[in-house]
Design a protein around this ligand. Structure first.
Ligand code: NAD
Ligand code: MG
Length: 392
């Protein structure tokens, strides 16, 4: 039996994780569930999965959930605040932590799980983007097992040799081919991009996801963040990570070897596949995902990414090459820009403008510890807010 903490259980990844868990009551038990403030959904999840702990960030929301659970005769203890997110990630009885909070908010509890040597199912890519070296050091020092859940990185993990040691050359790996759907605006006339709405940006052609990552997919910042994520996970330099636009999202990524072999992982675009893989690794379990119907798919297309249409992708490569705090600055400015776009304060194209301006305006510092990351994150958020004040 594996005991799980699911950080961000009310989100898209969180609910998909619980869907897989519910199929295997003999294998997995939920110890803790957490959410920002979605009381009603978290209540239903607590009734179904009977965790020992439920955490909400918000004090009032926690009080409401506590009252609802007491009324229902539940024994789940309700906690509140960021410290509680960390404490349920390091409980001695917990084997695995699903890191599925969105954005920088996921960093601290995910890092805590790494220090505590947990098996980490990593969906929260922002942790690696902001604090790649700090997090990877913590994984090593804590003896944690890191399993990528992001579909592309899960595909790469599956396509690399088992036990890959982070050395591409000695493993015979030439490069990583990171696939990207291109999002909903891949073929939209450039002149129409200025007017696109948040709902259009969130209408992804292949995946149903939270709103932040959906906007990131529309701007291809998601792929940019994933290039940085791949860099840290697989110790791959930027020049060996090639983004491949593949609109069908059937090939989830590929690894090219020096003998010319290319190994890929394919499947229907459903996050329950990588989630099930992470949960059961190194075994396989049923995820509820239907088999791939290649006859129905018929053909697969590939294209080079268009950096003029998707400046966010170029900015992410630039931040990775700059190193130090640059990716944390990129991430923070992006979070502020995306939130402002979702709030109808700025246009879609302004997201890249605010990020570019903040990246250009702030000095890049080396990252030696978490505090260096948090300081860069805070400074970049301030700079992005200032940009918004002038331009919105
Ligand atoms: P989502 O918005 O659907 O869910 C986010 C979850 O985090 C919710 O449970 C929410 O309550 C919680 N949360 C939000 N803000 C919080 C805060 N400040 N403090 C604590 N909890 C907070 O997001 P999602 O689409 O499930 O994505 C989660 C993460 O997984 C992101 O980092 C995303 O990039 C990554 N990811 C998602 C997908 C996908 O298909 N959805 C695929 C690959 C990677
Ligand atoms: Mg992905």
């Amino acid at each position: 039996m594996q005991f799980l903490t699911i950080l961000g259980s009310t989100g898209s990844i969180g609910t998909s994780t619980l869907d897989v868990v519910a199929r295997h009551p003999d294998k997995y038990r939920v110890t803790a569930l957490t959410a920002h403030r979605q009381v009603d959904l978290l209540f239903r999840q607590c009734i179904q999965f009977k965790p020992s702990y439920a955490v909400l960030l918000d004090e009032d929301a926690a009080a409401r959930l506590r009252a609802m659970l007491t009324d229902a005769g539940s024994k789940t203890e309700v906690l509140c605040g960021i410290e509680s997110l960390e404490s349920v990630s390091v409980l001695p009885e917990v084997d695995a932590v699903m890191a599925a909070i969105v954005g920088a908010a996921g960093l601290r509890p995910t890092l805590a799980a790494a220090h505590a040597g947990k098996k980490i199912l990593l969906a929260n890519k922002e942790t690696l983007v902001m604090a790649g070296n700090v997090f990877m050091d913590a994984v090593r020092a804590g003896g944690a097992v890191l399993l990528p859940i992001d579909s592309e990185h899960n595909a790469i993990f599956q396509s690399l040799p088992r036990g890959y040691n982070g050395d591409m050359a000695s493993s015979g790996v030439r490069r990583i081919l990171l696939t990207a759907s291109g999002g909903p605006f891949r073929t939209l006339p450039l002149s129409a991009l200025q007017q696109v709405t948040p709902d259009q940006a969130c209408a992804h052609p292949n995946w149903v996801m939270g709103r932040k990552i959906s906007v990131d997919s529309a701007s291809m910042m998601n792929k940019g963040l994933e290039v940085i994520e791949a860099h840290w996970l697989f110790n791959a330099p930027a020049c060996d990570i090639q983004v491949v636009v593949h609109p069908q999202s059937v090939i989830h990524s590929l690894v090219e070897y020096i003998d010319g072999s290319v190994i890929a992982q394919l499947g229907n675009p459903d996050m329950r596949t990588p989630i099930a893989y992470g949960l059961a690794y190194p075994e396989r379990i049923d995820s509820g995902v239907a088999g791939l119907d290649l006859f129905k798919i018929g053909s697969l297309d590939f294209a080079e990414p268009d950096f003029a249409r998707f400046p966010c992708l170029a900015l992410a490569y630039q931040a990775l090459r700059s190193g130090g705090t640059a990716p944390a600055i990129l991430n923070a400015a992006n979070e502020i820009g995306v939130a402002a776009f979702l709030d109808n304060q700025i246009s879609f194209l302004s997201i890249a403008q605010v990020i570019g301006s903040v990246l250009d305006g702030l000095p890049v510092q080396p990252v030696n510890c978490l505090e260096d990351v948090l300081a860069a994150d805070a400074e970049a958020r301030r700079a992005a807010m200032q940009w918004l004040g002038v331009h919105k």
